[in-house]
Design a protein around this ligand. Structure first.
Ligand SMILES: *[C@@H]1O[C@H](CO)[C@@H](O)[C@H](O)[C@H]1NC(C)=O
Ligand SMILES: *[C@@H]1O[C@H](CO)[C@@H](O)[C@H](O)[C@H]1NC(C)=O
Ligand SMILES: *[C@@H]1O[C@H](CO)[C@@H](O)[C@H](O)[C@H]1NC(C)=O
Ligand SMILES: *[C@@H]1O[C@H](CO)[C@@H](O)[C@H](O)[C@H]1NC(C)=O
Length: 342
């Protein structure tokens, strides 16, 4: 990693950036993508995350032509969107309200959980408490690709488009190797829970989505001693991931997504929807790939041969139809851009 930091490039400063972005979006975009390869994207992502939660509605931060967080003109979006709840967990915001804790513990009905605050304390001795990286940065335009695992990516040739974003968010078992042309090669952030975990390369930030206290214990274990081998299923005892980049999805944010965006549909949100909501709250522009059914109406994964796989969306844990409706609404309101395959 070098010290070159695109945030400090003269072109992306203040109002000039806004004007410049409008006039020649394409050039700016290319330069951002080019310089991006010389910075450490996941660190920047978090700095931004920290700042967003500080400045209500983040006025003066986004230098895109159109920014997600702009609330004017869309009452539906403004009604659901709340930027004061931080999507990621820090030591500071880790104290859950009694109500949130009870709801969260109920998700996977954990019996005899360990002491949550003690586990969190141990966790932040293993992974960094990134709030330390908070700093002031000039305006910028952050583009994100959220890549779901739908079979509609097959033959889509979206790889280059996906890779051209500043941040690329993937989830669960979604592989890139062998599917580069359709899904791209880069991953800056990868969401997973213990039962859906895969190994990552050193440049990717693992975002653990915890559904129980044991999940927090698992990530500690998987990054160190490897003693936890089983939750309600056998899990990877060790994981290959850069410890300095591990982030934790905030249970309070999870509950907010469930209540505010899904209005209580399903038991809890799917990882795909949680990834989308993370992007909607942290990025300035969001492109969405690999969500929904393929052209034949099947909900399998892009790496699976079996078109019937993924039919579990009707088991009632997640409400895939409702989630998809909300996703389509976000697109109708020009908050995200969806790519549905071809
Ligand atoms: C956003 O969430 C915070 C924290 O839960 C809450 O206090 C606030 O009222 C919410 N704001 C809106 C506009 O709903
Ligand atoms: C959890 O541990 C903390 C610190 O050791 C302690 O103060 C708290 O009472 C414990 N909570 C429970 C529910 O046992
Ligand atoms: C991964 O990155 C860290 C620094 O973030 C470095 O210390 C470590 O040696 C790297 N590991 C590999 C295998 O490249
Ligand atoms: C999704 O939207 C369609 C069309 O508006 C509607 O018919 C359907 O009931 C909605 N599904 C859910 C689960 O809300």
């Amino acid at each position: 990693m070098t010290n070159f930091d695109f945030n400090n490039m003269p072109l992306v400063k203040g109002n000039r950036a806004r004007t410049f972005a409008i006039l020649s979006c394409g050039i700016t975009f290319t330069m951002l993508v080019f310089s991006y390869t010389f910075s450490d994207p996941s660190l920047d992502f978090f700095k931004y995350a920290s700042r967003l939660s500080d400045s209500f509605f983040s006025k003066g931060l986004c230098a895109c032509q159109q920014c997600i967080a702009e609330l004017e003109g869309d009452p539906w979006f403004a009604e659901h969107f709340n930027q004061s709840i931080h999507p990621l967990m820090t030591r500071e915001n880790s104290i859950l309200s009694e109500e949130t804790f009870r709801w969260w513990q109920w998700l996977q009905s954990e019996t005899q959980p360990a002491n949550f605050s003690e586990v969190v304390e141990e966790l932040f001795q293993v992974i960094p408490d990134e709030v330390l990286y908070m700093d002031a940065s000039p305006d910028r335009c952050r583009t994100c690709s959220v890549v779901g695992n739908s079979g509609n990516l097959k033959g889509s040739r979206y790889g280059h488009l996906i890779d051209s974003s500043d941040f690329i968010i993937r989830m669960n078992q979604g592989p890139t190797r062998g599917f580069e042309e359709d899904v791209g090669t880069k991953t800056t952030h990868h969401l997973m829970y213990p039962e859906s975990a895969i190994n990552l390369d050193n440049t990717t930030s693992l975002i653990l989505v915890p559904f129980k206290t044991l999940d927090l214990q698992w990530i500690i274990s998987a990054l160190t001693t490897g003693t936890i081998k089983h939750t309600y299923l056998p899990v990877m005892s060790k994981i290959k991931a850069n410890r300095d980049k591990v982030l934790i999805y905030n249970p309070t944010f999870l509950k907010y997504v469930y209540e505010s965006w899904l209005e209580g549909h399903g038991r809890y949100p799917s990882t795909g929807f949680l990834g989308l909501m993370l992007a909607v709250h942290l990025c300035d522009e969001v492109s969405v790939f690999g969500f929904g059914a393929d052209q034949y109406g099947n909900w399998h994964h892009y790496w699976e041969k079996n078109h019937m796989a993924g039919a579990h969306r009707h088991t009632g844990v997640h409400n895939g139809d409702y989630e998809y409706n909300v996703t389509l609404l976000l697109q109708d309101k020009h908050k995200i851009q969806m790519f549905k395959g071809r």
